[in-house]
Design a protein around this ligand. Structure first.
Ligand SMILES: C[S@@+](CC[C@H](N)C(=O)[O-])C[C@H]1O[C@@H](n2cnc3c(N)ncnc32)[C@H](O)[C@@H]1O
Length: 240
C-alpha cells in the first residue's frame, strides 16, 4: 500500500484510528506515495474514455484529495475546474499540484454549489460512503450539475469470487467492521459496498440516466468483459 516515501505502518494505523477527515489530514503529506491515490494509468484511461463524450465546460472533482482527478478535468474541460474535499491537509496538496484550480473545503454530503458544472468526476472515495450516504452524495452531485450535466466515475470489475483479491477485500472490510464496532469515531472505508446494480439504482433514484462505457485502455478479462467501466450518469435522464 505504500512506497519508501509513503507512510509507515504505524502512521497508517494512527490514520485508521482517526475520523475520516482527521485521518486524511494526517496522511496528506505522504498520500501521493500510497496506493490510495488513484494511479496515473487509471486517470489517463478515464481521460481517453471521457474525451469523446464531451465537449465539457466547467468541471468538479468530488472528494478531490490531493487533486488526482483535477488533471483529468483539466484535459477534458474547456472552463474552470474545481475540487471539493473536507480534509484541509489534502486540499493543501491539491493547491500545490493545481494552483490554477478552485478548491473548496466542504462535506460532499452537503455540497455548497449552485447547479453550475457540466461535468463532475470522482475517484477512489466511494468506499467512504455507506449506502444511505451514497444516495445523499448522488443527489448532492445532481444538484451541482447544470441540466444535461454529466457525473462520471470508473468502476472496476469486481474480483472473481474466491480469488486472492476477493479475499483481500473481504478481509479488509471485515477488519474495518470490527474496528468500527469497538472504536469511535468510525472510519468508514469499505471496498464491497459499491456494487454496480445498487449504484445504478441509487443514481437513477437521484434523477440520473445511467450508461456504462468500457474503459478500453485497461483491457478486457478472459470472458471478454471490460476490466473497468466508466459509469456515465446524465442529469435529466438522457443516455450516451
Ligand atoms: C482515497 S482519497 C481519494 C483522493 C483522490 N480523489 C484520489 O483519487 O487520489 C479519499 C478522499 O475523499 C475525501 N472524503 C471522504 N469523505 C468525504 C466527505 N464526506 N466529504 C468530502 N471529502 C471526503 C477524503 O478527505 C480524501 O481526500
Amino acid at each position: 500500500m505504500s512506497t519508501p516515501q509513503g507512510p509507515t505502518l504505524r502512521e497508517l494505523a494512527v490514520q485508521a484510528l482517526s475520523s475520516v477527515e482527521h485521518g486524511y489530514d494526517l496522511l496528506a503529506d505522504k498520500f501521493d506515495a500510497t496506493s490510495f491515490r488513484t494511479s496515473d494509468r487509471l486517470l489517463e484511461a478515464v481521460t481517453r474514455t471521457l474525451e469523446p463524450l464531451g465537449p465539457f465546460d466547467t468541471g468538479l472533482d468530488v472528494c478531490c484529495g490531493t487533486g488526482a482527478g483535477l488533471g483529468v478535468l483539466r484535459s477534458v474541460c474547456a472552463g474552470r475546474v474545481t475540487g471539493v474535499d473536507f480534509s484541509a491537509g489534502m486540499l493543501a496538496g491539491a493547491r500545490r499540484a493545481h494552483p490554477d484550480a478552485d478548491l473548496v473545503r466542504a462535506d460532499a454530503l452537503a455540497l455548497p454549489f449552485a447547479p453550475a458544472f457540466d461535468l463532475a468526476v470522482s475517484f477512489g472515495a466511494f468506499g467512504h460512503f455507506l449506502p444511505d450516504d451514497q444516495r445523499t452524495l448522488f443527489s448532492q452531485v445532481h444538484s451541482s450539475l447544470r441540466p444535461g450535466g454529466t457525473f462520471a466515475f470508473p468502476l472496476p470489475a469486481p474480483p472473481a469470487v474466491g480469488s486472492r483479491s476477493y479475499w483481500a477485500l473481504w478481509g479488509f472490510d471485515a477488519a474495518m467492521r470490527v474496528r468500527n464496532a469497538v472504536r469511535r469515531p468510525p472510519f468508514v472505508m469499505y471496498y464491497r459496498t459499491f456494487r454496480l446494480t445498487d449504484v445504478r439504482t441509487r443514481l437513477e433514484e437521484a434523477g440520473f440516466g445511467v450508461s456504462l462505457v468500457p474503459v478500453e485502455p485497461l483491457g478486457r478479462r478472459e470472458d471478454g468483459s471490460p476490466r473497468c467501466r466508466l459509469v456515465v450518469a446524465r442529469k435529466g435522464g438522457a443516455r450516451f
